[in-house]
Ligand binder design. Structure first.
Ligand code: SF4
Length: 180
């Protein structure tokens, strides 16, 4: 046992260095996200994350979006813990059958205008769980979805770019409505 302990202590960390992040891209995506938030939503965006039976991989990337490197909060994006404070329901996982009712209730409790975003291949169409009797096969089977962000799991850059595209589309729609 002592030999194993010594080997483990001397071996050093197993994890490799983090992938390099292009801060310029993150900053420009964040700036455009911030600009796109104004119409209809004010200067901030509140996201409620709903785990619909994920393996946990998508959550690790979502955590990265909130932590030091990406730090979405500096662009006015915050994660909230109740649907009553949310603008966006961000769903991960293939939506297991026993979570359908909870997801519907969260959607009903979220005030308008609201967006539903499916993050990860599982949330898009069931992903690796597709065909299982235990899942509905993606968020679209339960709720109207405004944005699909694929990937298993999607990178933080991809999540950020998806949110920006959604808000920019909303900003264009608001501008069209208000100019009528
Ligand atoms: S998309 Fe991949 S990482 Fe995300 S919940 Fe499904 S299996 Fe896990």
């Amino acid at each position: 046992m002592w030999r194993l302990l010594a080997r483990t202590l001397l071996a050093g960390p197993v994890a490799g260095p983090p992938a390099p992040t292009d801060q310029e891209t993150v900053h420009s995506l964040g700036g455009r996200l911030n600009a796109a938030m104004q119409p209809g939503l004010g200067r901030s965006l509140a996201i409620l994350h709903v785990d619909g039976g994920s393996c946990g991989g998508c959550e690790i990337e979502l955590r990265a979006v909130r932590r030091a490197v990406y730090d979405l909060q500096r662009f006015g994006v915050s994660f909230v813990s109740t649907p009553r404070h949310a603008d966006v329901l961000l769903v991960t996982g293939p939506v297991t059958r026993n979570l359908v009712e909870a997801l519907e209730q969260a959607h009903a409790a979220t005030p308008d205008p609201k967006f539903v975003v499916a993050v990860g291949d599982c949330a898009v169409d069931g992903g690796v769980f597709k065909g299982s009797y235990a899942v509905t096969g993606g968020v679209g089977a339960t709720l109207p979805v405004d944005l699909l962000i694929g990937g298993c799991p999607p990178t933080p850059d991809r999540i950020l770019a998806g949110l920006r595209a959604l808000l920019e589309a909303n900003a264009r729609r608001e501008a069209t409505v208000s100019s009528r």
